[in-house]
Design a binder for this molecule. Structure first.
Ligand code: DOR
Ligand code: ZN
Length: 345
């Protein structure tokens, strides 16, 4: 196949940051996606409907002239989120979900939840109001090996949550293991997962073999090949439970190339092209549209986009870096080539 036309996709998990950083990256997402679920892990975190609406306005103002991009907002769950905020969010057209960060699990998660039992009343309210819960599924127990944290979270926490709140819609964000795929498949139709391009294309060798490559470091961390194979099989299966969420997470070059580098891969510059490459690698390009354009809206109960995009099999170069406020942003696969190219509409 040399050309592929599909319904315009959406990104169901995206970090856009704020201020000059936001202005530097938002056009990359708007170029290919109609909508994105925007993560609330700013500093301070976006914990209220009012803060999310103000952030949405800043995103819209940062868009290039003529861009057509709808930011779908999320609120950051804390142990002190009032129940009233859940009720307020439930009725609001611009707010889609709450994001659960286990405290300290990842970038800007310090205000997250240390003990899940403390937010059970909030989860009950979300279940009642039918507001989805988006989960960063990693254990925060320090003694647990970083490569085992996803499974540990599923076994010790998530399993309990879905049993206790059976009508709660849950997205297991950026699933990275075969265990997560199995868990999501075994759970009912209200449990789904997003999958990133980097976890479909790379395993931990890309991060660690032959030298440490900080631009492949994200959380949850890249895993071994059996997990990548399981994620790729799930993504390309066409099953409604799996959909596109880039987790594109920009950090300045200085923050990544450091003795203690930040977690986050930047993929928004070429996301749909990278996913196309992953699907083509297993001969499943025909299922890319379900994963990228149909399964997400179905879960969020939103209409499918009317526009189309076209990808052509034409090699192109990824720039070595992009401006990022006063700094530089190093994209995934910087300076290397892409197999698929998104054509201008
Ligand atoms: O790698 C990551 N980066 N994982 C996350 O969960 C957060 C994100 C960020 O905000 O940088
Ligand atoms: Zn994320």
């Amino acid at each position: 196949m040399q050309e592929l036309t599909l319904t315009k996709p959406d990104d169901w998990h995206l970090h856009l940051r704020d201020g000059a950083a936001l202005a530097s990256v938002v056009a990359h997402s708007a170029r290919q996606f109609a909508r994105a679920i925007v993560m609330p892990n700013l500093q301070p975190p976006v914990t209220t409907v009012a803060a999310a609406l103000a952030y949405r306005d800043r995103i819209l103002s940062a868009l290039p002239e003529g861009a057509n991009f709808d930011p779908l907002m999320t609120l950051y769950l804390t142990e002190s989120t009032p129940i009233a905020e859940v009720e307020k969010a439930a009725g609001h057209a611009f707010i889609q979900a709450f994001k659960l960060y286990p405290a300290g699990a990842t970038t800007h998660s310090d205000a997250g939840v240390a003990k899940l039992e403390r937010i059970y009343p909030l989860l009950e309210a979300m279940e009642k109001q039918d507001v989805p819960l988006l989960v960063h599924g990693e254990s925060i127990a320090r003694e647990i090996d970083i490569f085992d944290r996803e499974k540990a979270f599923i076994d010790a926490e998530l399993d309990t949550i879905i049993r206790r709140f059976p009508a709660l819609r849950v997205v297991f964000e950026h699933a990275t293991t075969r265990d997560a795929v199995q868990f999501v498949r075994a759970a009912g139709p209200l449990v789904a997962a997003t999958l990133t391009a980097q976890h479909l294309l790379y395993n931990r060798n890309s991060l660690l073999a032959g030298g440490i490559r900080p631009h492949f470091y994200c959380l949850p961390v890249l895993k071994r090949e059996i997990h990548r194979q399981a994620l790729l099989e799930a993504a390309t299966s066409g099953e409604a439970k799996f959909f596109l969420g880039t987790d594109s997470a920009p950090h300045p070059q200085s923050g990544k190339e450091s003795a203690c580098g930040c977690a986050g891969c930047y993929t928004a510059h070429a996301a749909i092209e990278l996913y196309a490459e992953a699907f083509e690698s297993v001969g499943k390009l025909e299922n890319l549209e379900r994963f990228a354009s149909f399964n997400g809206p179905r879960f969020y109960r939103l209409p499918v986009n009317a526009e189309k995009i076209t990808l052509q099999k034409t090699p192109s170069e990824i720039p070595a870096r992009f401006p990022f406020g006063e700094e530089w942003l190093i994209p995934l696969r910087a300076g290397e080539s892409l197999v698929w190219k998104l054509m201008a509409n």
